[in-house]
Design a binder for this molecule. Structure first.
Ligand code: FES
Ligand code: FES
Length: 147
């Protein structure tokens, strides 16, 4: 069974149109390794991608569910000034340790930014509560993302 959808604005087609996880197709077939594979059970948020503008954990999404839909990965999230500002801030502040959680954090923050929401420290923390950071940088990352 084939599955066709768009990733970062480009049409893609995969033969793995069944229960294969979207994350596995993105990383293994399309080479988009920005989305990280952590727990594979929906609890760490490292694999978050935007599907039709909503952040979802791609390890839990069967690729058949994105048939005809728009997927954006962290590789495709540099298109707006606000997102570019967040990415630059994280790099220049040097707040991450291993950085494993950053793609998930940027993706989840992007869901709200692209929807035109103002994120303050409280709402940002709430939005990112589903993305686990195993290193000590979590608080500083939130501070940087909050500007
Ligand atoms: S790898 Fe998907 S939530 Fe952890
Ligand atoms: S910086 Fe290592 S998991 Fe967050």
């Amino acid at each position: 069974m084939k599955c066709t959808f768009t990733v970062n604005g480009k049409p893609v087609e995969t033969e793995k149109g069944g229960s294969e996880a979207l994350l596995d197709v993105l990383r293994g077939e399309l080479g988009l390794t920005g989305s990280k594979e952590g727990c594979t059970d929906g609890s760490c948020g490292a694999c978050a991608v935007l599907i039709d503008g909503r952040a979802e954990n791609s390890c839990l999404v069967p690729v058949a569910q994105v048939q005809g839909r728009e997927v954006r990965t962290v590789e495709g999230l540099s298109g707006t000034p606000e997102l570019a500002r967040l990415q630059r801030a994280l790099v220049t502040a040097g707040v991450t340790a291993c950085g494993f959680c950053v793609p998930g954090m940027l993706t989840v923050a992007s869901e709200h930014i692209l929807a035109g929401e103002e994120l303050d420290g409280v709402s940002l923390k709430q939005a990112l509560s589903g993305v686990a950071c195993r290193c000590s940088g979590y608080r500083r990352i939130l501070q940087v993302l909050d500007g």
